[in-house]
Design a protein. Structure first.
Length: 624
């Protein structure tokens, strides 16, 4: 029994050894064959397989999506569209060794540029396999010439790249903005949102704020080409791009042109606002720029030129520049006096043309003997500084004045849909101690009581101030977008609803009184002549801000009309003319021209003729 067991054990061990030996030989043979095959493919026949790999290459081409178009409030008047154009690109790594200079020289001839221009764009990237834009806005005939001689242009390709075209130019440029190639800094911020290095993005204005809505979805076209770069005649695999959404703005291009001409070539701004919902019908800032100039290869040079141009055409003065609101601020002061019952509105204060406070002499805009005895209604109508100095200093005080200014939206963002905006400023006693290291004085209170001193507001703040009066204590968020629409079906995908920005607790009776006073200011006050209008009843307030120059002031006018209509039918117009212009007290005249044009459905030329402003002579001296 022991002999048999030992015999069986020896047999099993022999069979295992035989299996192991067989597997070892099999693995050796397979590895040898595999190594010989790799040697054959990579060493003996390497050139053959390399040529075969290059012979048929799948080439995906990005198809740029068109940006959504932009329309004015009527939705049938496009103001920004896309124009077909081509861009020529170069992949330096696809150019065979030693042929770069030949390809670059010939390509430069075809494109009408210098070889140095191509060298500059490919500097440090001669071996890169990424596409480099060489020239945009290339005509179709040039593309055809390159295509016919494609064997001479290894590494050269082209694609359709729609160019943004602004049909409406001039003052609307600050609203629309412009587009440009995405920068590396922008790409770092937008990479997670699906952007890539080939994107064109909004740089300012509506183009920037609503870039994601305007951006479409890029498509692709995948084709096969041979070793010479020629496309093989097979149907490409195409994923079509999807156009971005169309935007309908609140802007009325007729009113925009009217306001633009009314302001004229005067450094300043003008806004037309619907107080009932915050829609901006017109927004003008002068000087302005040409948006189409940024769709060319000279965009960088144009930007540099504009930044060095006097009065900065890139600055949107309607929202990004703050000024002393001057006597327009007396609208807020009047509301505060009535609401706080700080001083009887029928009680008179004497204006002698000057007021001594401490060792300082304060002068009213009307020299001695001044306005005489004035109650609140007439003080607002005549814009008497002495009345408001006394009321502000002796009866309201800095805290209540600052509180009411804030309630009207001053010193805070109005959240309009533009990339940036200035908050303006409302000074307080605490701020004075913290920032200027001195105590607040009664003289400071007197200054802010007439919208001077450190108080600052944009034209949009002043427009919203008047909108609160129209709405009896309510301010809506001002906005420029009205609707978002599908580019294929024109279906309305989104409508911007009015959004309350702030609601006051001031009693309704106070607002009715303020409205009455503002109408009286037009019929019997400082604006009786420039604001006279037979077509529509207007209410409003003038303002003249001292800016430190002798006989130089900012000219303000803020008004609304029709005075006797429901707020849904009213518009607010504000005009600011900076002190850098020759003094002519133009703001009220421009505001009346805009009102005339809107309510009489007239052009600028028709409006000034009807109002008799054609031969108006310049007025020297301050009007308030």
């Amino acid at each position: 029994m022991n002999v048999d067991f030992m015999h069986n054990t020896q047999d099993d061990s022999g069979r295992r050894n035989a299996k192991i030996a067989f597997l070892a030989i099999l693995i050796f043979v397979v590895m040898t064959l595999y190594t010989m095959n790799l040697f054959s493919m990579q060493i003996l026949n390497g050139d053959y397989w390399k040529q075969r790999a290059v012979k048929m290459t799948s080439v995906p081409t990005i198809l740029d999506a068109q940006r959504g178009e932009i329309f004015d409030r009527n939705a049938d008047n496009p103001i920004v569209v896309n124009t077909d154009s081509f861009v020529v690109e170069l992949i330096p790594g696809d150019i065979p060794d030693g042929q770069y200079d030949t390809v670059a020289t010939k390509l430069a001839e075809y494109l009408g540029i210098t070889k140095d221009a191509i060298d500059k764009k490919t500097s440090g990237k001669r071996k890169a396999f990424t596409s480099i834009e060489i020239k945009i806005n290339v005509p179709l005939e040039v593309i055809s010439n390159i295509a016919e001689n494609i064997t001479d242009f290894p590494g050269v390709s082209w694609r359709n790249k729609p160019i943004r075209t602004y049909l409406e130019t001039g003052s609307i440029s600050h609203v629309l903005g412009y587009v440009g190639n995405i920068t590396m800094e922008e790409l770092k911020l937008m990479l997670n949102e699906g952007y890539n290095r080939n994107y064109v993005v909004g740089k300012t204005g509506i183009e920037k704020v609503y870039d994601q809505l305007l951006q479409g979805t890029p498509g692709s076209e995948t084709r096969l080409r041979d070793a010479k770069g020629r496309y093989i005649d097979e149907a490409p695999v195409v994923v079509p791009p999807q156009m971005g959404k169309n935007l309908v703005l609140t802007i009325d291009t007729r009113i925009q042109k009217l306001a633009e001409k009314a302001l004229g070539e005067r450094v300043g701004a003008s806004i037309v606002l619907k107080p009932s919902n915050g829609e901006i019908l017109a927004m003008v800032s002068y000087p302005y720029f040409e948006s189409n100039a940024f769709s060319t290869e000279n965009a960088s040079a144009e930007f540099s030129r504009l930044t060095n141009t006097p009065n900065n055409p890139l600055l949107n003065r309607a929202v990004n520049a703050a000024y002393p609101p001057a006597s327009t601020f007396k609208t807020i002061m009047t509301t505060a006096v009535l609401s706080e019952k700080a001083f009887p509105p029928d009680k008179a204060v004497e204006c002698s043309g000057r007021l001594f406070h401490g060792d300082r002499l304060f002068k009213c805009h009307r020299p001695p003997p001044g306005h005489g005895w004035l109650n609140l209604k007439n003080a607002l109508a005549q814009s008497c500084d002495i009345y408001y100095w006394v009321i502000g200093r002796d009866y309201l005080g800095v805290d209540r004045i600052a509180s009411y200014a804030t309630e009207f939206g001053f010193g805070q963002s109005l959240e309009i849909d533009l990339p940036s905006q200035t908050k303006g400023f409302v000074p307080t006693a605490q701020w004075m101690e913290r920032e200027k290291n001195r105590k607040w004085t009664d003289g400071d209170t007197m200054n802010i009581s007439i919208g001077q001193g450190d108080t600052l507001a944009t034209p949009l703040h002043v427009a919203n101030m008047m909108a609160m009066v129209c709405n009896s204590g309510k301010i809506y968020k001002p906005h420029l977008l009205k609707e978002v629409r599908d580019p294929a079906t024109n279906e309305v995908l989104q409508t911007v609803e009015p959004e309350v920005l702030h609601e006051s607790t001031v009693d309704a009776s106070v607002w009715r009184t303020v409205q009455t006073y503002l109408r009286y200011m037009i019929t019997d006050g400082t604006a009786i002549y420039p604001m006279h209008n037979k077509v529509v009843q207007i209410a409003g307030k003038t303002g003249t801000a001292e800016v430190g120059f002798k006989d130089r002031w900012h000219s303000w006018m803020v008004a609304y009309a029709p005075y006797d209509a429901p707020v849904e039918d009213q518009v607010v117009v504000v005009t600011l003319v900076e002190a850098v212009n020759d003094w002519e007290w133009w703001a009220p005249y421009a505001t009346n021209i805009i009102m005339q044009g809107i309510f009489a459905n007239q052009t600028y030329e028709e409006a000034i003729k009807t109002l008799g402003f054609e031969d108006r002579k310049k007025q020297v001296g301050r009007q308030d």
